[in-house]
Design a protein. Structure first.
Lengths: 480, 437
């Protein structure tokens, strides 16, 4: 900020989760061809149909070109320079908690994710994904008593093949886009979750993604099915070591909500963002989409994006069922040389569907933040309702904020509203806070928190606290 | 290369020596360079982001014939419905893209104000045009503007010298008459408003009868310091006509542009507005109203570029879409780094009357500077049932109630137009063109 008193202190507080776990891992050589895909499928002992599915996706991917329409800029990715599978030795798949390598448990402990069930006071069941595989899933037994399936994707493929076969790729088919096709071909693990009809999931389900090995990509796939009148809250967290090379994370998340079901999906994304000069960091190119298949179903996406060198994703909702509703709440923060091109797509197909979009973008340093969203109302969506609000806050002279909403309306009884503002923190607000004894940095932090308040309160309690801290840390040093 | 472009290129080659200003090297070079660029990029297709919602297949496959003259035989009385009160305005009338001296009237222009045919200026004093020959924008999506730059045949050249106030409005009427073979017109207008000068320019594109034709128009507006220009653009061509136009304006310090656009005609009407606020305290107010029905396609693309600190802009665009009409709105506000104290506000409101009408709106902000206040808002909706009920309960029938609500929606943009005869004329034109119930 050019005309506020300088607080150019504490610029580089290091990324708290940037450590590497020295653990022996089974990493396959870099490169991608049909053999690699066969190898991944073999290592995971998958049913036959999966191999066919993966190979078909791979062939599709070969014919596709990498998209370049977004506002993010990065050097070309060498897809042959990535290792597509890396697993800690001795972890061929999910095992009982007692058998998990203590070094791994310690890693998660350090990240603040206790896998030990006795220690888990808050009712959160965790599926921990380390590089390419799921290492532990907690509270499985308790959930199974209610008929809830919560396990790693590998386990689901082995035990519930038919269920996976029926739903996998039905929301994000491999041909959807370049990164979805790549993911379909090489995805190594992820989380599978099925909530039977009428069940309210007694605890929050959660996946924690950790990239550890160097020169690997993480490609995981999450599939959540909420059957009729069920309800589930799902949390996703992630982090990665500090490295100079960029790593690719291309995940796919599919949500399916049947009649009356409700899925609340929250993400606190804290991948390594690269250093202050923009070296290293994760490329987070993720396809997330939910489908409200049944009437009166609800899906909500809540995301707090503070990490990643580049965030490029649009969690979307297809509102097919009558009266279904979709919500998108997002805070995206870019500092230093981070880039974000994020937003959502709301596709209104059924009558009386409604959607709400609330996006808050904060740019600091040389950060580049773009909101790109689509609200599409098809002719059958009578009485559809949408309200979008996108606010951007600029902190500094070198950052930028773009807003690109697309509204496509083909129904006259639909009501679509969009509003957006872009500005910096007002001098009056800063003055007021400082006059009350807050330092410049505290004042900015307070104002930014207030700016994001509407989104943060959508997050479950523990995540909300975490997100607030993250925002404060990510902004440190950007004021001055 | 698209087949239409091929034809235009052949025309260009065969008839280049007849093009105005060909003997002047600056103009010749500008035409050749533009032709070269469009040959490289080809005419735009839907693959381009800025043409995503607009099919140009018809325009790039059907070659329209270039009109180069011929007897039309119109009397001034025939033009009455298309003109603002004859006594109350100056006018240049272009029939099929070429100036008709007989129908134009510039009797009581203030001294030193220059209003002339572009073709004549290009042939007689080409040096006057040379500062304005470079395109403001180039690129794949500018194919039609490039085509105009290569092939323009006539248009209005307007120069209001410093300090002069043009009291009466200046009307530029582009009227196309039906022909056996559909024709294309390429008018290029240049309006230069000198320091502290003031003017109201009404530019209208209309058709006599129900012919098919293609207008590819380009207007360059230059506002010198403290200049004030009101620019009113009316697009009301026939149901079969296609119109692709662009207005490019550059504003220097302290200048103010009021740009108003009203579109009701055409099978496809696409207008681009590119405005650059290049001087401190420059202000731009833009308004637009689109009335579309049948299978009309109406398209408005606005780029507002603040390139200087302390500039302000405000935009309001409305559309009413009936039948199978499709409306497209794309508005970009762009603010480059290191600017201070900029205010930009954009609003678009769209009224859909049927389930077969469609609107694709895309208001965009591209902000690279922190000392700004920018906002945009967009709404899409149908008739408010409560308002309909209210009017019906007061004894209006459905149609009357509907019409009243539509008029109310549109009136926000019409009632601010001055002077009164212009407002009255515009209302009449819109009533006539309007295909709304």
């Amino acid at each position: 900020m050019n005309d506020t008193p300088a607080v150019a202190s504490a610029m580089a507080r290091s990324y708290k989760y940037g450590f590497v776990t020295p653990i022996e891992s089974d990493t396959i050589p870099q490169g991608l061809d049909e053999e690699v895909i066969r190898l991944i499928s073999f290592k995971k002992q998958e049913p036959e149909f999966m191999l066919e599915w993966r190979l078909a996706a791979y062939r599709l991917w070969l014919e596709m070109t990498e998209p370049n329409w977004s506002s993010v800029r990065y050097p070309p990715i060498d897809y042959q320079g990535i290792s597509y599978y890396s697993a800690p030795v001795g972890n061929p798949g999910t095992v009982a908690l007692e058998d998990v390598d203590p070094a791994l448990l310690a890693t998660y402990e350090k990240l603040g994710i206790p896998l030990d069930e006795r220690l888990t006071l808050a009712g959160v069941a965790v599926d921990a994904v380390f590089d390419s595989v799921s290492v532990a899933t907690t509270h499985q037994k308790k959930l199974a008593e209610m008929g809830i399936l919560f396990c790693s994707m590998s386990e689901a493929l082995q035990k519930h093949g038919a269920l996976v076969h029926r739903y996998l790729g039905s929301v994000v088919p491999p041909e959807d886009n370049f990164f979805a096709a790549l993911n379909a071909a090489v995805f190594s693990d992820g989380t599978f979750c099925y909530i039977p009809p009428g069940v309210r999931c007694p605890m929050e389900l959660s996946t924690y993604f950790r990239i550890n090995a160097a020169r690997t990509g993480q490609f995981e796939r999450t599939l959540i099915i909420a059957d009729e009148y069920s309800q589930v809250g799902y949390l996703e967290g992630c982090s990665a070591p500090q490295r100079d090379r960029n790593q690719l994370h291309a995940a796919v998340v599919e949500l399916i909500a049947m009649e009356g079901a409700e899925i609340a999906y929250s993400t606190v994304q804290n991948w390594y963002p690269g250093d202050a000069e923009g070296r290293g960091g994760i490329y987070n190119f993720v396809t997330k989409r939910g489908e409200c298949r049944g009437d009166h179903s609800r899906i909500s996406w809540t995301q707090v994006e503070t990490g990643s060198a580049i965030t490029w994703k649009y969690p979307s909702v297809i509102l097919r069922g009558a009266g279904s509703s979709g919500r998108f709440h997002s805070v995206a923060l870019t500092n230093h040389h981070q880039q974000a091109d994020t937003g959502t797509k709301m596709i209104h197909i059924g009558p009386n569907t409604s959607s709400t979009i609330l996006s808050k973008g904060i740019s600091a340093g040389h950060g580049h933040n773009a909101y790109r969203g689509l609200v599409k109302v098809l002719p059958g969506a009578s009485g559809a309702r949408n309200h979008s609000q996108c606010d951007s806050l600029l902190l500094g002279e070198h950052c930028s904020a773009h807003t690109h909403p697309y509204l496509e309306v083909k129904n006259h009884s639909a009501r679509v509203e969009h509003e957006a503002t872009t500005s910096r923190i007002s001098e009056d607000q800063l003055f007021y806070c400082r006059q009350r004894g807050l330092s410049n940095e505290e004042a900015v932090s307070l104002i930014v928190n207030g700016f994001c308040q509407e989104v943060l309160r959508e997050l479950p309690m523990e995540f909300s606290v975490e997100a607030r801290k993250l925002l404060a840390v990510s902004l440190e040093g950007s004021v001055g | 290369m698209s087949s239409a472009l091929h034809t235009y290129q052949r025309e260009f080659h065969d008839n280049s020596t007849h093009l105005p200003g060909w003997n002047a090297w600056q103009i010749r070079r500008s035409r050749q360079a533009a032709m070269q660029r469009v040959m490289q990029t080809d005419l735009p297709t839907q693959k381009l982001e800025n043409w995503k919602y607009t099919s140009t297949r018809r325009l790039s496959q059907t070659p329209y014939a270039l009109y180069t003259g011929g007897c039309v035989g119109l009397y001034l009385e025939d033009l009455d419905p298309f003109l603002v009160d004859r006594q109350a305005s100056h006018r240049l009338v272009f029939i099929n893209g070429l100036l008709s001296r007989r129908l134009s009237c510039l009797d009581d222009l203030p001294n030193a104000v220059q209003v002339a045919s572009m073709a004549r200026i290009a042939d007689e004093s080409p040096a006057m045009l040379s500062p304005w020959l470079e395109p403001v924008l180039t690129g794949h999506d500018q194919g039609f503007a490039e085509l105009n730059q290569a092939l323009w045949l006539d248009g209005a050249f307007v120069h209001i010298p410093a300090g002069v106030q043009l009291i009466k409005p200046l009307q530029l009427l582009f009227l196309t008459t039906p022909f056996q073979e559909p024709i294309v017109t390429f008018p290029w207008n240049l309006v230069i408003v000198g320091k502290s000068a003031q003017a109201l320019v009404i530019e209208s594109y209309l058709t006599l009868g129900q012919g098919a034709h293609f207008s590819n128009a380009r207007t360059t507006l230059v506002l010198e310091p403290q200049a004030r220009l009101e620019h009113l653009l009316l697009l009301g061509e026939s149901e079969l006509a296609w119109h692709v136009g662009s207005v490019q304006a550059t504003q220097k310090e302290g200048s103010r542009l009021d740009s108003r656009i009203f579109a009701a005609g055409g099978e496809l009407t696409r207008q681009e507005l590119q405005i650059t606020l290049a001087g401190a305290e420059a202000e731009c107010f833009q308004e637009g109203l689109f009335l579309a029905g049948r299978r009309q396609h109406m398209d408005l693309h606005s780029w507002l570029h603040h390139t200087c600190s302390n500039t302000r802009s405000r935009q309001l665009f409305k559309s009413v879409l009936d039948g199978h009409a499709r409306g497209v709105f794309n508005g970009v506000i762009r603010i480059p780094p290191d600017l201070q104290n900029i205010q930009a506000e954009q609003k678009t409101a769209n009224l859909l009357l049927t389930d077969t009408a469609e609107i694709d709106a895309k208001p965009q902000l591209e902000i690279h500077s922190d000392a700004v206040q920018c906002s945009h808002g967009a709404t899409v909706g149908g008739m408010n049932p409560e308002a309909m009920f209210y009017l019906q309960s007061r004894g209006l029938d459905v149609d009357a109630a509907r019409l009243l609500l539509i008029q109310g929606f549109a009136d926000e943009l019409l009632q601010t137009i001055k002077p009164a005869p212009v407002q009255e004329w515009l209302r009449q034109r819109l009533n006539q063109e309007r295909n709304l119930p």
